[in-house]
Design a protein around this ligand. Structure first.
Ligand code: SIN
Ligand code: FE2
Length: 218
């Protein structure tokens, strides 16, 4: 008998399974686990070209640090948010979307019932302990017909899954390393956020959680 590889063992230990959130929204448990190291190596390449930075929004400085790759990047300043093909910090284009990122996003979207997803923007988020993301909708994209694909790496987090209005009480959804959340169709504009990150240590990322969100933005 072939011994299961450590990844498989881990998968059973963590009881990775898919969790439906709403019509059009699902957590694909552990979907990205098998390529976690490739994703993190690639993230380091992106970060070398376009370092993480704490953006300022009309509401103040964000606790989550962000960068982007792809044809357009999500940026913000005191006046508001936008997608921009140029990194305002460097004056250059964002790094191209790496194939390993795009392929993962496409296959996760297809697994969640959204075949034909063509992401052109990837927002990279870096959370350190206490960093949080308040409830919001992803609505700066031109194409609400495409889903959002969101990949978690490193420390676990509590994802807040709200409803169609800001006042809907959000569900607390635990996300661990390798989980992928996909939301589209009737769930595309659902409110969502991330509870303040707890202290911790992850063997691959130390005290950090990374999140990659893929969009068809421009
Ligand atoms: C986001 O809403 O852009 C990020 C969500 C997450 O970090 O899980
Ligand atoms: Fe979001």
């Amino acid at each position: 008998m072939t011994p299961p590889d450590p990844g498989t063992l881990d998968l059973f230990a963590g009881a990775a399974r898919d969790v439906p959130l709403d019509e059009g929204a699902v957590v694909l448990g552990g979907f990205a686990r098998g390529i976690d190291k490739a994703l993190l190596d690639t993230l380091a390449d992106v970060e070398r070209d376009a370092p993480f930075r704490h953006l300022v929004t009309p509401g103040g400085r964000m606790s989550v640090a962000m960068t982007n790759c792809g044809a357009a990047g999500w940026v913000s300043d005191r006046n508001g948010y936008r997608y921009d093909p140029i990194d305002p910090d460097s004056g250059r284009r964002w790094p191209a979307m790496p194939d390993v990122f795009r392929d993962l996003a496409k296959s996760a979207a297809a697994a969640a019932g959204f075949p034909g997803f063509t992401p052109d923007a990837c927002l990279l988020n870096r959370y350190e302990p206490a960093a949080r993301l308040s409830l919001h909708q992803d609505r700066n994209e031109r194409d609400f017909g495409s889903p959002i694909v969101s990949v978690s790496l490193g420390l676990p987090a509590v994802f807040l899954w709200g409803g169609q209005t800001r006042s809907d009480r959000p569900r607390r959804v635990p996300l661990v390393h390798g989980d992928v959340v996909v939301w589209g169709g009737p769930a595309r504009l659902a409110f969502h956020g991330v509870h303040p990150l707890a202290e911790g240590h992850h063997p691959l990322t130390g005290n950090v959680r990374y999140n990659l969100t893929f969009r068809h933005a421009v």
